[in-house]
Design a protein around this ligand. Structure first.
Ligand code: HEM
Length: 503
């Protein structure tokens, strides 16, 4: 056993790939697993001796620096990626008071989602949980757990995913919103200016899509009167994420105890966002008669859940789709040849065909692979399990490093290149240049994956298609843009998009 661990340690030094191959060989030879992947008890004794590689524990001073060093926290995805390159596909790391096991292999992801159990618990920022406790406000799907979550999720799956009952409704609304975004942006092209407040505009567009989908055709009649509330919501939601990101690098409970300005600002914008969203839902509930809200009313969702679920759908949709679209536009602005392919596809296809087009799917997947809105996913497993050949105790925090696996050449050759073409399939139905598609999971996977992913795909694809049909896009400050973490991945400075109207 001593010899084996020495060898294993050497493999860590050699790098992840060697370690992965060697470890899986050891485990095939030495251990047996039950059918559901758990280590049998006799083997557990042996496996316990194989230590998960540890990142050296930071000293008190390093921890303190990490806490106050905003810059380091913003680049955590790069640091973790570097650690994976040195230590391999799995390692344990201490960040502040938290200890977590980081993994970046598609095989590990698959096993985590397989063993996450029927009601997996997701992880939301501590500030959000503390806020909910303080205001005693019951929230939507993102915050539910156990049977309560499962019952509501099953009903919503039918509307949002399978069999995607609300498909036509969603596509219609995404199409209209894309047209109106283009019309709004024509003024900037005509004036020769970059798009001002791009982030805020995409936020508003994104919220308008979900609200119009909830309302159906009644949206057209009520858009004007709702716009001022939607603007307030967009501004405050944006600020919620900015303040949450600041709180995420502080001991949040202390920020609450001492009522630090950042916590006070967070509660103020959170109060406004939840109040405006709730008021909005009650208002549109009175007028809508053929939208998603009505489909939800007609489903088995109980009345007590309806308002809180819808309120949180609006909150979850705004930020994620706005930033993902911003990244996609940034990539297109720096790849004129991709714009020309999109233009040709968009001129000769219907909306439904554009969404289903393999190249357009490639554009969508590539931008989320390179810039995953959530660069880390977290789970804890309900039972002792085996991941990457190591024994993982139930309840340990597992963090999936999506940014790292999305940029791993072993999964995606020339991984740092934006290449929508890689996702097109050959005559044998194989992707052209993708080794393991599970290296990118921008919407997570398993029972708790994103409920809005089909809406997001339709919304982003149709907006991109409409914008490229109308404009050629460039970016004035492309070289300066880096990905940083503000809870989700955002550009390091405002993206300056310049639009030229096509003839
Ligand atoms: C490109 C856009 C989007 C991205 C990248 C994204 C990403 C994600 C991810 C990664 C999760 C899972 C978190 C986890 O497993 O821990 C998630 C969950 C969720 N998303 Fe999205 N999302 C997007 C758009 C949307 C939209 C448009 C909606 C609303 C219609 C939405 C509503 C939700 C909700 C309610 C959950 C929680 C699901 C549950 O806990 O059962 N998302 N999203």
């Amino acid at each position: 056993m001593v010899k084996m661990s020495t060898f294993v340690n050497k493999c860590f030094v050699l790098g992840g790939k060697v370690q992965r191959v060697y470890m899986s060989k050891i485990f095939r030879e030495k251990f047996e697993f039950s059918n559901n992947g758990q280590l049998l008890s006799t083997n557990l004794r042996t496996a316990e001796k194989l230590e998960i590689p540890n990142c050296p524990k930071p000293t008190f001073i390093e921890n303190l620096k990490g806490l106050v060093c905003w810059d380091k926290a913003q680049r955590l995805h790069e640091f973790v990626d570097e650690q994976h390159r040195i230590m391999g596909p799995i390692f344990r790391m201490h960040i502040g008071a938290v200890t977590a096991i980081f993994v970046n292999s598609p095989e590990a992801y698959q096993r985590i989602f397989k063993f996450e159990g029927p009601t997996p618990q997701n992880f939301v920022p501590e500030a959000w949980t503390l806020y909910n406790e303080m205001r005693k406000c019951p929230r939507g799907l993102l915050f539910m757990s156990g049977e309560e979550w499962l019952n509501n999720r099953r009903i919503l799956n039918k509307l949002f995913l399978k069999p995607w009952t609300a498909k036509d409704l969603m596509i219609d609304c995404c199409e209209k919103a894309a047209m109106s975004l283009c019309n709004e942006w024509k003024q900037f092209a005509d004036a020769g200016n970059t798009v001002p407040d791009l982030e805020q505009r995409l936020y508003l567009w994104s919220i308008k899509v979900i609200v119009s989908t909830l309302m159906g055709t009644t949206w057209d009649r009520h858009e004007d009167e709702l716009t001022s509330d939607l603007n307030i919501l967009a501004e405050n939601l944006h600020e919620v994420f900015i303040q949450s990101a600041k709180l995420s690098v502080l001991p949040t409970k202390l920020a609450v105890k001492f009522q630090l300005p950042v916590w006070r600002k967070f509660t103020r914008v959170m109060d406004t966002s939840t109040n405006v969203a709730r008021k909005l839902v009650l208002r549109i509930g009175k007028v809508s008669n053929n939208g998603l809200l009505d489909l939800m009313r007609d489903s088995a969702i109980q009345d007590e859940y309806l308002v809180r679920i819808i309120t949180d759908l609006i909150i979850a949709a705004g930020d994620t789709t706005a930033y993902s679209t911003q990244w996609a536009l940034y990539l297109l602005a720096t790849h004129a040849e991709v714009q020309e392919r999109i233009f040709n596809i968009s001129m000769s296809n219907t909306s439904q065909d554009i969404i289903d087009h393999s190249y357009m799917k490639g554009v969508f997947r590539e931008s989320l692979r390179l810039y995953p809105t959530a660069p880390f996913l977290m789970r804890s497993l309900p039972l002792d399990s085996i991941i990457e050949g190591y024994s993982i105790a139930k309840g340990e925090l597992m963090i999936m490093s999506l940014y790292s696996s999305g940029r791993d050449n072993d999964n995606f050759p020339q991984a740092n290149e934006f290449s929508p073409q890689r996702w097109t399939r050959d005559s044998k139905n194989k992707y052209e240049n993708v080794i393991n598609p599970l290296g990118t999971l921008p919407f997570a996977a398993g029972a708790r994956s994103c409920i809005g992913r089909k809406l997001a795909e339709a919304q982003m694809t149709l907006a991109i298609s409409q914008l490229i049909k109308t404009f050629r896009i460039t970016c004035d400050n492309a070289e300066n843009i880096k990905m940083i973490l503000h809870l989700i991945s955002v550009p390091s400075e405002p993206v300056k998009l310049r639009l030229m109207t096509r003839n």
